[in-house]
Design a protein around this ligand. Structure first.
Ligand code: ATP
Length: 234
């Protein structure tokens, strides 16, 4: 692993009285693509929302570089350079593609220009004047990723970016993620689609009942395929 950019240590989280995360431990190195795998309800989304400061009651430690973020607000965490692309994508359907791209504030230095976004996602330029509602699922997902690139964040939390998309679009999302890695972004990815996860991920953590129960490097996946598919129930 490269130098750690994100270090999650004993992260606990609660929704009201429900204790959801029971001490999550994992790290994401600078420039890596790391996945969180696990069955529905394992706590993957809650982990991302906790890192982003969107879950009120949490404890443990989440360090971003040298910054301890556990006491910070979601706004402060975003300003530090972490961005979250939720499963539901958060596109403003009444706005056009371009308006959606112009919306997010640039929170850190180095936010991507709209021109650069169009180079990475030519389809968004073609569809620039279309309303959010008129986009296909794949176009919406690209717009959702493009929007977080505009913020200048260096750590991207992507929650199930391939959900509900046709295989050819899933492949395009994979190519975009690979390009983002080449540009030096660090990505934490939650995925149900294990084929996709193994194609793009450098390392994988398996989450069960709010804990990391196992982990695999890219080159360990093949030899452990049965164990992993067993964990995921596939
Ligand atoms: P999925 O792929 O289904 O989203 P996940 O691994 O991301 O699975 P989470 O969404 O983190 O799982 O959910 C973990 C647990 O927390 C589940 O038992 C879920 O029911 C519960 N949970 C999620 N959101 C809330 C909420 N807002 N209030 C109460 N409980 C919640």
């Amino acid at each position: 692993m490269t130098e750690p950019l994100l270090t999650v240590d004993g992260l606990g989280a609660w929704y009201g009285e429900s204790h959801i995360l029971h001490g999550m431990d994992f790290t994401v190195g600078k420039g890596e693509i790391v996945t969180l795998l696990g069955r529905n309800g394992a706590g993957k989304t809650t982990t991302m929302r906790s890192i982003m400061g969107l879950v009120k009651k949490r404890n443990g430690s989440v360090r971003f570089g040298s910054i301890e973020t556990i006491g910070l607000s979601a706004n402060q965490i975003a300003r530090a350079g972490i961005a979250f692309c939720p499963e539901e994508r958060g596109i403003f359907s009444s706005l056009t593609v371009k308006e959606n791209l112009l919306l997010p504030p640039i929170v850190a230095e180095g936010g991507m220009s709209v021109e650069r976004v169009y180079e990475l996602f030519p389809i968004l330029q073609t569809r620039g004047a279309s309303q959010g509602t008129k986009l296909s699922g794949g176009e919406q997902q690209m717009l959702a990723i493009a929007r977080i690139l505009r913020t200048g964040a260096r750590l991207l939390l992507l929650d199930e970016p391939t959900e509900g998309l046709a295989p050819v679009i899933v492949e395009q999302i994979g190519q975009i993620i690979a390009k983002l890695r080449e540009e030096g972004f660090t990505i934490l990815l939650v995925e149900q689609n294990f084929r996709f996860a193994e194609a793009v991920g450098d390392r994988h953590y398996v989450v069960e009942h709010g804990r990391v129960i196992d982990s695999f490097e890219r080159d360990e996946v093949e030899a452990n395929r049965e164990t992993i598919t067993g964990y995921l129930g596939i």
